[in-house]
Structures are given as C-alpha cells and as structure tokens.
Design a protein around this ligand. Structure first.
Ligand SMILES: NC(=O)CC[C@H](N)C(=O)O
Length: 302
C-alpha cells in the first residue's frame, strides 16, 4: 500500500498547475498550490501516508458529514422532514432549486442542506462550535484539532450567498434559529483544520459499520452508516457526484480546501488533498488520485 500511494502521487503531481485554488474565501487563496498528500486508514488500525499527509488544511465541506452525523445521532429519521437525500445536480452554492422546492434542500451536502443541518444542531447544543470541535477530536483521536478563525472570519465577510440561502429557507419556515448565529457556526465548522491522516481516521467508522476503527466507539448504527455512505455516493461531490461515481466508484466527500475523503466499506478510508480545484469545486489532482487508487486495488462499491 505504501508503494502504491507513493506511485499514485507521482502520477498525479503533473496535474498541479491545471486547477485553481478557491479564492472566494480570501484566506484560502494564500494556500500554496503545490501541496499533495494522501492517507489510508484501515479497519485493522493500519495507517499509510504519502506526500503532505500530515499538513493541516481547511476541511470546508467535508465538515458537512460531521454535522450530518451529529444531527442523525440526535434527531434520527426526523431530520428528513426538513431536507431530502436526493442528488441536486446543481453547484454546491446554488439558490435556484431552493426557491422552486419551497425552501426544502435536496440533500445535506449542498450548502442549503448543510445550513438546515447546522440549524438543527444549533437548537441542540449550548456551544455548537465547541461541541463540533470535540466531536471531531474524538472521531480522529487527535485532541489538537482546532478551528482556524482567520478562515472562518474571512468567509463570514464574503458569506452573502450562504446568508441568502438561509433567509430564503427562513421565509419558507424551514430555518428556526438566528441566521447570523447559524452562519457563524457553519463557517467555523468549515474552518476546522485537519490533515489527511486526521480525516481518514475520523471517517473510519463509515468503513467499519459505524464503529471507529481506532477507538472502538460506536458512532452510528450499521443502518445509519449505510445511509450516510449512500448520500456521500450520490451527493458528496455536488454536481460532479455522477462523474465521481463513474471514475472512482466509492462514497466520497469533497471540500473547497482541496480535500476529498472516500470510503471503501469493510476495508479502509482514504483522504487525499491537493488545493487546486476543478470547475465543480473538487480537487483536480485528488479526483485523479482516487480514480487511480480504486483502479489499482480493483475495488469499488459498484
Ligand atoms: N464546497 C465547499 O467546500 C463549500 C464550503 C464553503 N465554506 C462554502 O460555504 O462555500
């Protein structure tokens, strides 16, 4: 596995320079574009790292999985009264469908759906950002994980589109808390800083029927785990979810920080990171690396 990861990184490195680092969040525009890392975390506790696998980066939309898991943990099936689990076929920050569908987001991994999930969690936790940080520390087994408040504040200053979605949902009665308070939480969740290895470990329960492979803690039931993986497979990469299923064939979740986590159920999780994005907002080199990995191991969920 170690040699395989090294050779995949060598193969995808020439793609660096062909994508574009997210700059609509100004603090992310400064991230050096030539970084590339990958980490695999096995259900047997084995870890393999290559490249910049220990460098911290902004998880951005990968945090939407953590928020969803927190909400399921508390609200169970009732959360689906407020949003769907269908792919949207739209960019992650689209407003168009939300108006047509009367403020009910298609799924928890587009921004509108994540904001509803954050609204649900805002009602539950006294200190939502600390609850999230501690949850992620537990999931990854790394008590050092922090939120980068410079990134969160930078996004807050350019958060008009997310605010528009939240207010639109409020106008339809599908948003219960103060919009600014929920946006503050959402931007802070997105600004969690983690490495490829942290993320691979944090997602390990999704490869292991709901139980964390390193701590033994049950995070979700096996049934809930299947549900989260299926939403990742159909919606984890926004309007590129079909392409990701076609090329990689695994449940996955991306973020505009350039990270992508994928799950090989029953075996391992993998996180790849390269900050330059393609037009859909997914890591360009990261997509290719995961495609090569699934081809070389000869395994996908399809
Ligand atoms: N796709 C992403 O990673 C988007 C997350 C980002 N914080 C936003 O709301 O725009």
């Amino acid at each position: 596995m170690q040699a395989l990861l090294e050779s995949i990184l060598d193969e995808v490195r020439p793609l660096i320079g062909l994508g574009k680092v997210a700059d609509y969040i100004p603090a992310l525009a400064d991230v050096p574009a030539n970084q590339l890392g990958i980490a695999v975390y096995g259900n047997d506790g084995s870890a393999y790292c290559a490249g910049d696998a220990h460098t911290l980066f902004s998880v951005q939309s990968i945090s939407k999985v953590f928020s969803l898991v927190q909400a399921i943990d508390h609200g169970g099936e009732t959360i689906w009264e407020r949003l769907g689990h269908e792919p949207s076929g739209q960019p992650f920050n689209s407003l168009v469908q939300l108006e047509f569908e009367r403020g009910r987001p298609r799924n928890p991994f587009i921004n509108a759906g994540a904001l509803v999930i954050c609204d649900i969690n805002q009602s539950r936790f006294a200190v939502p950002i600390l609850s999230m940080r501690d949850f992620v520390r537990r999931l990854s087994g790394n008590p050092q994980i922090l939120v980068n408040s410079i990134v969160a504040d930078s996004e807050a200053q350019h958060g008009a589109r997310n605010a528009a979605m939240a207010y639109l949902m409020k106008s339809f009665g599908n948003f219960h808390n103060d919009v600014d308070a929920v946006l503050h939480s959402y931007f802070n969740y997105c600004a969690l800083q983690m490495s490829c290895l942290d993320l691979a470990k944090a997602f390990s329960f999704l490869a292991n029927e709901g139980t964390s492979a390193h701590s033994g803690e049950q995070i979700l039931t096996a049934r809930q785990t299947k549900q989260v993986n299926s939403i990742m497979a159909t919606s984890g990469l926004y309007d590129e979810a079909g392409n990701f299923a076609y090329r990689v064939g695994l449940p996955g979740k991306s973020g505009v920080g350039g990270g992508i986590v994928a799950v090989v159920p029953g075996q391992f999780t993998v996180c790849v990171w390269s900050p330059e994005l393609n037009a859909a907002g997914n890591s360009l080199a990261g997509m290719k690396a995961l495609e090569l990995l699934s081809e070389r191991i000869g395994w996908s969920v399809f």
